[in-house]
Design a protein around this ligand. Sequence first.
Ligand code: PMP
Length: 308
Amino acid sequence: MKHYPLACVDGRSLPYEQATVPFEAQALRYALSVFEGIRGYKLADDPRVEFFALDEHLARLLRSLQLVGLPTVDVGRVAAEAKGLLKENSVSDDCYLRIGVSAITTGDLNVAPTVCTMMSLQPMGRKPSAQSGQRLSVLISDRRKPSDVMFPQRAKCIANYAGSRLALLEAKSRGFDSVILRSADGLLAEAPTANLFLIRQGRLSTPRLSDGILDGITRDTVFRLAQELGLECLECALSKDDAYGSDAAFLCGTGLEFAEIGRFDDRVLPGAPGLLQNLVAAYFRSVRTGDSSRHQYVSLSGGGRNAD
Ligand code: PMP
């Protein structure tokens, strides 16, 4: 993986190689680490690179820390340090910022954790699947995500990825490009690192936060763009049959951006010509204008992101 030479550790610039977590840290022993991935986009007709939805990502970082019971950090400072890191590395093109807040204290579960905030940058353009316009084949896994009753699925904590990885490995070994995990109740949830949308008769639908998903920032952006484009968009319980009966579907997330799904299991989707293309075009107009912070990010469900 290529990366820019300077990283940031608790506000200090260091060579990337020195941004490490000790072997005995609680982060590695008990998965006490939360993180964010944020894209920086080169603005249109402007030499600057700006992070897209930085405030929303940092608000989620804070919620993740609160949800998993780690000390919180000053996100205002983190925002300033992230912008400083762009400058120090002379970043002039699309990139990806990774922020990790990890318990670096050693010892058992009784030890009160102290956290360290680390950031690094890497160059990142479109993913190959997005570039080629490839439509993904997606397995709907029998694996279920743990219930929020056990551990909050909307915390972006490293503890939430090991099961999804297993599901992905299984899907890949069966020749699929990606996988959808299901909720504890067997409803559609999300891909390992992206949210799911179905399209039927020109309407968008997506699983609810209570179905054990991450409250994706790209998902929220889709809500906003759908509204601007006059598309109906619903958060609701979705079954395997809803996926099989959809006209089209897509995954979205910060790193992936957008990827159309061409097939769930052995069911080929007919497609919804133009709809996703319009949405994606609107997305790129938005991310390259550098105005993301003036948008209101709201959950469709009315209860807000923190609703049960
Ligand atoms: N779900 C999971 C589990 C993820 O890790 C991600 C990537 N952050 C997403 C969904 C998409 O979220 P976002 O749009 O905020 O990147």
